[in-house]
Design a protein around this ligand. Structure first.
Ligand SMILES: [Zn+2]
Length: 342
């Protein structure tokens, strides 16, 4: 048992509640409910199998009274930093004495990818497609197995914080399950400028894992680019606090907010338009621009300026993803066109 001193990552002067922490815990058998209330904890969850060297950084805030448990996952992709920062900031600001219920947050779900600065870890497996995982699989599959069974399974509500990562550009948004009022009601209070209603979620994701367990969920996206935009960080921080209020874990109101855009559809990044050749990408449209079927979205040029490929909208809709890194290889995702919610 090692006590971890309370810290404020922003160097603020707000007195932090005393931390009662255990440095390392075996992930198997980890149960947030068995820790005393009215306290904050910082854990390194020790995994096993092919992920035996992985330590999952977890913060647990147990409120003074009983209530729901919000689970936040950040860093599922290793090149998305807004959620990591939001978790650090929100956890530092919260006082368990003011909470009715719990917050269980994994600051970085995929440490091998995070420390490599890449979307996926060295095994090349996309953690956001690996759920429910395999105990005897690759490191990423073992991470998915334990995240699903131990962390997500502990949730009364799951918030999965993503962004566009280093190579893509996405709107600052919150995605929700249109078929679950618990999810849609929360989305309307999160306060993101763009909402995305999902009728269906492909398997393998944190949110599909949650849905299988009947746990309501939200996920976010943001600009990305390997940087943290202050506006995105504010949306994530404020939205998380509003969600905690909406779930009555924190006191206070979480009023309905009005989004600037309301998108719909699968929003499956795997269905993005992809480059068919190597080249230099010149986009002709902006994020959230309305496009019609067949409209040119971009041209892929060779290095003499000759067009190698014209990328056209497969359907009418709103541009919801643009590749921001202009050097492309065959197979790279370039665009996603989403439906407008009617
Ligand atoms: Zn992501």
């Amino acid at each position: 048992m090692v006590a971890i001193l309370p810290t404020d990552p922003r160097g603020g002067s707000r007195p932090m509640p005393e931390a009662t922490s255990t440095a390392m815990l075996e992930v198997t058998g980890f149960d947030p409910q068995r820790f005393d209330r009215n306290a904050r904890y910082a854990f390194e969850l020790v995994l096993d199998g092919a992920a035996r060297d992985v330590r999952l950084p977890v913060q647990l805030l147990r409120g003074a009274g009983s209530g729901p448990c919000l689970v936040i996952t950040a860093g599922v992709h290793g090149d998305e930093y807004e959620g990591v920062r939001a978790v650090l900031d929100v956890c530092a600001d919260l006082d368990p004495r003011e909470m009715q219920g719990d917050l269980l947050a994994v600051t970085v779900c995929n440490p091998p990818a995070f420390w490599a600065g890449t979307r996926c870890g060295p095994d090349g497996v996309n953690l956001a497609r690996a759920f429910p995982g395999h105990l005897n699989g690759t490191a990423t599959e073992v991470i998915a197995h334990h995240l699903g069974r131990t962390v997500i399974a502990a949730a009364d509500f799951l918030l999965d914080l993503h962004s566009a990562g280093v190579s893509l550009l996405m709107p600052t948004m919150v995605g929700y399950d249109e078929g679950d009022r618990r999810s849609s009601e929360a989305a309307l209070r999160f306060g993101a400028p763009v909402l995305w209603a999902h009728q269906h979620v492909e398997p393998g994701r944190t949110i599909s894992m949650a849905a299988e367990l009947r746990i309501p969920w939200l996920y976010t996206e943001a600009r990305g680019g390997g940087r943290i935009d202050d506006r995105d960080l504010e949306v994530f921080r404020r939205g998380t606090v509003r969600l905690l209020r909406h779930l009555a874990i924190l006191p206070g109101e979480a009023p309905l907010t009005r989004a600037e855009h309301h998108l719909s559809g699968d929003g499956n990044g795997d269905a993005a338009l992809r480059a068919t050749t190597r080249g230099f990408l010149v986009p002709h449209v902006r994020l959230l621009e309305y496009v019609v079927a067949g409209q040119p979205l971009a041209t892929v040029l060779d290095l003499h300026g000759r067009a190698l490929e014209s990328v056209r909208a497969p359907a009418s809709g709103v541009v919801a993803l643009i590749r921001a890194h202009p050097v492309v290889s065959a197979g790279d995702p370039l665009f996603l066109v989403a439906d407008l919610k009617t």
